[in-house]
Design a protein around this ligand. Sequence first.
Ligand SMILES: Cc1ncc(COP(=O)(O)O)c(C=O)c1O
Length: 399
Amino acid sequence: MTEKDFSQYGIGTRGVRAGQRRTQEGEQSEPIFTTSSFVFDSAEQAAARFSGEEAGNIYSRFTNPTVNTFERRLAALEGGERCVATASGMAAITAACHALLKSGDHILSSNGIFGSTTVLFNKYLSRFGIEHRSIPLCDLDRWKSSIQPNTRMLFIETPSNPLAEVVDIKALAEIAHRKGCLLVVDNTVCTAALQRPLELGADLVVVSATKYLDGQGRCVGGAVVGSGELIEEVYSYLRTAGPSMSPFNAWVFMKGLETLRVRMQAHSASALMLAQWMENHAAVKKVFYTGLKSHPQHTLATHQQDGFSGLLAFELKGGRDEAWRFINGTTLVSITANLGDAKTTITHPATTTHGRLSDEEREAAGIHQGLVRVAVGLEDVEDLQADLQRGFDALKQGQ
Ligand SMILES: Cc1ncc(COP(=O)(O)O)c(C=O)c1O
């Protein structure tokens, strides 16, 4: 097995090549090791592997060569020392919290984080004595003044999903470190192709691989990336608790990484065009997209990100009925809550992704009933525009 160092290469090259350890067969494409356990030459070798005296695979809940290739490739893309793959994006967030926090600790997060993450923090981690409070993402003074003596982790999504708010990661990392806290960034929306939080000072990146890393809506998975020391803690938790990634899913995600950069560029280009078109539409109250010059953090996003991603949200003049009528008026895009797929998806966040939040939590997150989220895919942008126009036409029919 051979493996080259790709750290001096660009993001596109790393996505295609990093992490591969070609076997003696000389394969061009990486193999899938669909095996639950690994065989030893002798009882002595088994003992040496279990004691850690000898490196090597034991059991696929602990390590698997295909999963490891995906992990090395994603670590190279994110610019982290090490990555550990998980069964889902939520498993990545859960594992990072369970591995690095203890009873009495406090998580300070931004308001607009993914709905299940909020439920995890408020309903489940609280049962183990871990407190949580959320504050507005963009207000650095609030972050400074809200860190408590027991705050151990700052947790953010930037850009946020679906409202595309952005915070200065470098500045927030400095605030976190001055107070002895870890900064964890959910990088699902931009991915390493467009934003690398670790290079800006964040301690950990968590990602839902289910979204853009796969890119074709096939598998559920996630990952945590960071320093060798922190990832060892997360890995130790995972190999015990169990939500590890399957080799097949790892292979799909690894192949997804090979096209990630070009896909993210294409998603971003189409989303920008649609955002600009929507911004001037009479039925639209507000468009949420970091690529728009009118976006309050557009300049920051331009410096911090290499693109604006495919996630586009807009608030219609009206409430839930108008949003549902718009969605039901489309005929090409898929009505589904996933994002990051080649096939464009459309959803009503208030009654789907953020439906489990209380009215207060939803209001704090800015998820109003008239909000519609489109995860712009890879279809011809003219066809997408025509389909969204069908949504606007449906609004007129309902009047
Ligand atoms: C920003 C973000 N983080 C985390 C998750 C959770 O990922 P998964 O569904 O793979 O568990 C999602 C899922 O939609 C998400 O949008």
